[in-house]
Design a protein around this ligand. Structure first.
Ligand SMILES: Cc1cc2nc3c(=O)[nH]c(=O)nc-3n(C[C@H](O)[C@H](O)[C@H](O)COP(=O)(O)OP(=O)(O)OC[C@H]3O[C@@H](n4cnc5c(N)ncnc54)[C@H](O)[C@@H]3O)c2cc1C
Length: 378
């Protein structure tokens, strides 16, 4: 029996497991899912959980259940080494698995390398499980402190902006009148990567919601309760979240697989590694010749193509190229039951867009948790 190893329970592999549950891959392959947690907390709903719109259980995709429905063996560990010579992956718990085909969807890691002191004095958003586990302690600290409590959020991409709005909304709901939120971004406006009118609207909303904006400020290091900035100034905090974008883990580089300048796995349009065709990669960990946004939307879409190509590869047939959509709809929740939408150059906002986001997100997570009617039963 040959082995197909799926590394990471990210958005793309959730699609692969779903496709396998509907129609199993080639019977000559045993499929393995290797991932550090039994569940995947859906990042798109994380701000809604912080804001208090959702219970955590509503935001969770059960990876072990998906693996079981797909007939895949589940290994609960993080891989910290890939050996391309022996074609094996090595887990932090000592697990060693040999593969004939490997697929990588482990997502990004927090980008802390350039921020000395961040590990000790701040909380990165990834791994999301660690971030979520730290939330009750933060609530206790805020509730137990009478004087002003400052939460600084470093990183003003869509994730940082959504978290700032969400935690501000939660503070209002909890009656934390002493709680203040600051958002720190390296560019003059929040929401890098989206058209300027949308960024200006986001800035206006931050002001209206009472969130302090520190634009054009680059962090250089962390001390206890203080961010040092490159311009010599500093920002004091009681707690700090770091949401400074996606960095690559170290193990792809160590393995010798072809990577880009940031350390992400370089792939062909068929989602195969440029250096090792028996290795596939999708989602944020993959680097395409024409760069794609690092987003869940693209990871899901890539997952559909990945499923088809892994099925072909297991059957010994050549994979086919994936043509990603040129743009995607981004829905950015703004704390209240209100959201902004960005579609290319178009930007809208309103309560109806939050309803749309709520509908899309909850339907997505529910569809992954439900047993499909045509599903294969292991
Ligand atoms: C607050 C926030 C909100 C967001 N909202 C949206 C949104 O609304 N829409 C959108 O399109 N994008 C959104 N994003 C971006 C989105 O989260 C990422 O682009 C997306 O998660 C990437 O998916 P992925 O499949 O590459 O990896 P991930 O979803 O990160 O999944 C990676 C998986 O691999 C596992 N893993 C990690 N390391 C290892 C290892 N060493 N070995 C084995 N397994 C491992 C992880 O536990 C996880 O299961 C948001 C991001 C943030 C921070």
């Amino acid at each position: 029996m040959k082995n197909l190893v799926l590394l990471g329970g990210g958005h793309a592999h959730v699609e692969v497991l779903g496709a396998m549950a509907k129609r199993p891959f080639d019977a000559g392959f045993q499929v393995h899912l290797v991932t550090p947690y039994r569940r995947q907390i859906y990042s798109g709903m994380l701000p809604g959980w912080i804001a208090g719109h959702y219970e955590l259980a509503q935001c969770v995709i059960p990876l072990d259940t998906l693996a079981a429905r797909a007939g895949a063996a589940f290994h609960e560990t993080a891989v910290d080494a890939l050996n391309l010579g022996t074609k094996s992956v090595h887990g932090a718990d000592g697990t060693r698995l040999e593969f004939d085909l490997l697929s990588i969807d482990t997502g990004p890691v927090a980008s802390l390398d350039q921020l000395p002191g961040a590990e000790e004095h701040a909380l990165p958003l990834r791994p999301i499980e660690r971030f979520v586990a730290a939330w009750p302690a933060l609530i206790d600290r805020v509730a137990g402190q009478c004087k002003r409590f400052d939460l600084a959020i470093l990183g003003a991409g869509a994730g940082g902006v959504e978290l700032a709005f969400a935690v501000r909304r939660r503070a209002l709901r909890e009656g934390w009148s002493h709680f203040h939120v600051s958002l720190i971004g390296s560019e003059a406006l929040p929401l890098s990567g989206v058209p300027e009118p949308a960024r200006r609207e986001a800035l206006e909303l931050l002001k209206r919601r009472g969130i302090a904006w520190h634009g054009g400020r680059e962090a250089s290091s962390f001390e206890e309760r203080e961010i040092r900035l490159k311009d010599g100034a500093s920002i004091a905090f009681d707690a700090c979240w770091v949401v400074t974008g996606a960095a690559a883990p170290k193990w792809p580089e160590t393995s010798g697989i072809g990577i880009d300048a940031q350390g992400f796995v370089r792939v062909t349009p068929t989602l195969q590694s440029r250096s090792h065709p028996n290795v596939f990669a999708a989602g944020d960990i993959a680097s395409h010749a024409t760069p794609l946004p690092k987003s869940g939307v693209y990871a899901v879409r890539a997952g559909e193509a990945l499923a088809a190509n892994l099925r072909l590869a297991c059957a010994g047939e050549p994979p086919v190229p994936w043509n990603p959509q040129s743009k995607a709809l981004y829905l950015i929740s703004t704390g209240e039951r209100h959201a902004m939408a960005v579609w290319g150059k178009v930007c809208l906002q309103g309560a109806w867009l939050w309803k749309l986001k709520h509908w899309i997100d909850t339907r997505y997570v529910r569809s992954k948790s439900r047993r499909s009617r045509s599903g294969h039963r292991p």
